[in-house]
Ligand binder design. Sequence first.
Ligand code: GSH
Length: 213
Amino acid sequence: MYTLYGYPKTRSVRIAWALEELGLPYNYHLIDLKMGQHLTDEYRAISPAAKIPALVTEEGALTESAAIVTFLAERHGMQEFIPEPGSFERAKYEEMMLFLTSELEQPIWNLAKHTFALPSEQRIDRMREVAVWEFQRVLPVFSAMLADNEFVCGNMFTMADVIAGHILAWAKGSKLDLTANGKCENVAVYAQRVLGREAYERAWRNEVSHMSK
Ligand SMILES: N[C@@H](CCC(=O)N[C@@H](CS)C(=O)NCC(=O)O)C(=O)O
């Protein structure tokens, strides 16, 4: 059985969400970021960068959330959740995953880093304004890519929607406007659609329940 190393309100919910979509049972191991549990030698043996999430499989540990959800879909959901390797649709899926993690996510991550995630002496106030500006610049690009499709890869829900959905939930939680002043209504509607999935709700509820154990 898989073991997910995670912490509520972090990227580990992406993996929990993917596992829930696939109907796979998993162990959940809470790594308390606030207590510095990710910085131990024991955890670094699983995640050399000391980051969350990590998924331990029978063959070894995996890190990087986009790679993990892709692996899970390929192994357990090939008829659903991911286009076939070698297809044009798969190329578009990979393109979307890279766009999401290298373009759409970065301004939100920068905002978080310069608000609380970096050590206080490394935070730069002006970086928060730059991050908001960058988010407003990239959102219309995502909006155009999404167009009037139901999901980011067309009409099929894929693991790219897990990543996109989490990024948009994170943006909303960071008080960023998902409509870019009404110019990107399709993004807000899409976010509501994917974040309304039961598997997402089960995933974050499960993570939160481990905090009180
Ligand atoms: N690209 C990585 C990013 C992982 C990451 O930065 N995780 C954050 C939590 S969401 C973390 O572990 N932060 C602790 C730290 O940076 O010390 C992924 O998508 O898995």
